[in-house]
Write a protein that binds this ligand. Structure first.
Ligand code: 6PG
Length: 470
């Protein structure tokens, strides 16, 4: 048996593509799927390649060189536990299991503990890039057992996306469940930026009454923007250009306006609440998806609840330019919030995550890759312990320059009755974050009034309570 072989368990489209990527990079692959359909697809797609497809875990274990390396590419949740259970009967101490799914990070910690008892190393590993990325180079976010990571690093480095100037898009993200945590927050940022883009589209569509083809032209121009340019703007231009074959209309106009979600955005919001880190842009993107799901209720309410909106009657080119700068600022705020969350989580959970490295590996391969990630990486290289990159000089000057545009964008949308759930949340976040005084003085008074919760004063030390009714 050839040295350095590697197993992939779970042969859905992501698993098959990762397996083909690993094989293309010179490692013999043992590809496992219990079910027949995916195993057959793998056989067809890997004909003539150094891929052995098996439907037996026992055979998978017997074909692998020791210590074995098995990458799980199964649906996050109980399916992952089932495959781990089956593997446990056949693996031995020092073998390494890598979970490449979108696992919830507490599950990763639980699985690592369990496998530790059997002497098996566990690497929770976020993989981003969709089907294309899996095949041609994803961004890879492994964490957990460092020694086990070193054993799989040569393979991960080969299969990962490559930046032009900054190496392969894989790095050790930190101890414990750091890899899946970083991937979860990646997805939280993904949710945020996608919703921001949708709101910009909506302002152009419903406030400025632009046709889809005109909006497409705007996003097409922005694909070259050094500010907002990146994968999500690229695919927005692509989606808006697609024509429905049946009707000849833009396909997006035919799509039901109800968003799906698999949970990573919600977990990001939950974790941020647990850790006390404000990430309103990301959290509101989850709420926007939930609201989109209330289609029936929205249809009914649209006939009951009044409308008072007015169309935008200003210059369209001006509005486009305002929205560009607003999107730029809100994208910066999305990365700032997500990275702030990772920074705090890293301290709280002892991950030891290097944010410059995280920004570097997001430069290519992943869904949130954009031109912004290079300056973000530079900022964290200079200030690794920075809590919030918004106060870093290069970003502070963008915030100061673009805040009026974000304010105008939200004003135009508000007047037109277009919901800017995330643009609006971002504006409020920035206005709060840069505000020396917030109305929490009154909040403290109210808490103390009804619950004797006490308060502190600006002008003297100590803890105070007042009989407010007297
Ligand atoms: C990625 C994506 C990927 C998946 C999302 C979709 O990085 O490749 O994030 O993991 O597309 O999880 O999530 P929703 O279905 O929740 O939008």
């Amino acid at each position: 048996m050839a040295k350095d072989n590697f197993a992939v368990a779970g042969l859905g489209v992501m698993g098959r593509n990762v397996a083909l990527n690993i094989e293309r990079n010179g490692f013999p692959v043992i590809a496992y799927n219990r079910g027949n359909e995916n195993a057959q697809r793998m056989r067809a797609e890997s004909a003539g390649k150094n891929v052995t497809v098996t439907q037996s875990i026992e055979e998978l274990a017997s074909l692998l060189n020791r210590p074995r390396r098995v990458l799980l590419m199964v649906t996050a949740g109980s399916a992952t536990d089932r495959v781990i259970d089956a593997l446990l009967d056949h693996l031995e101490p020092e073998d390494v299991i890598i979970d490449g799914g979108n696992a919830h990070f507490p599950d990763t910690d639980r699985r690592a503990m369990r496998l530790q008892d059997a002497g098996i190393h566990f690497v929770g590993c976020g993989i981003s890039g969709g089907e294309e990325g899996a095949l041609w180079g994803p961004s890879i976010m492994p964490g957990g057992d460092r020694a086990a990571y070193e054993r799989i690093a040569p393979v991960l480095e080969r299969i990962a996306a490559k930046t032009e100037d900054d190496g392969a898009c894989v790095t050790y993200c930190g101890r414990h469940s750091a890899g899946h945590y970083v991937k979860m927050v990646h997805n939280g940022i993904e949710y945020g930026i996608m919703q921001l883009i949708c709101e910009v589209y909506d302002v152009l569509r419903r406030a400025a009454r632009m046709e889809t083809s005109e909006i497409q032209a705007v996003f097409q121009r922005w694909t070259d923007s050094p500010a907002v340019g990146g994968f999500l703007v690229d695919i927005t231009a692509q989606c808006l250009s697609k024509i429905d074959e049946n009707t000849g209309d833009p396909l997006v106009e035919k799509i039901l306006d109800t968003a799906g979600q698999k949970g990573t955005g919600k977990w990001t919001a939950q974790s941020a609440l647990d850790l006390g880190v404000p990430i309103p842009t990301l959290t509101q993107s989850v709420n926007a998806r939930i609201l989109s799901g209330l289609k029936q209720a929205r249809v009914e309410a649209s006939g009951i609840l009044g409308r008072s909106e007015v169309s935008y009657d200003g210059d369209t080119a001006d509005l486009v330019s305002v929205l560009h700068d607003a999107l730029y600022l809100a994208m910066i705020a999305s990365y700032a919030q997500g990275l702030h969350l990772i920074q705090v989580a890293s301290r709280e959970y002892d991950f030891g995550t290097d944010l410059a490295e995280v920004s570097r590996i997001w430069k290519q391969g992943c869904i949130i890759r954009s031109r912004l990630l290079d300056p973000i990486k530079q900022a964290y290289l200079e200030r690794p312990d920075m809590e919030n990159m918004l106060v870093y000089p290069a970003f502070a000057s963008i915030v100061n320059a673009s805040l009026p545009a974000l304010r105008t964008a939200v004003e135009v949308a508000n007047r037109s009755g277009v919901a800017t759930t995330c643009l609006g949340a971002t504006l409020a976040y920035l206005d709060s974050y840069r505000s020396e005084f917030l109305p929490a003085n009154l909040l403290q008074a109210l808490r103390d009034n009804f619950g004797a919760h006490t308060y502190r004063r600006l002008d003297k030390d100590g803890v105070f309570h007042t009989q407010w009714s007297r």
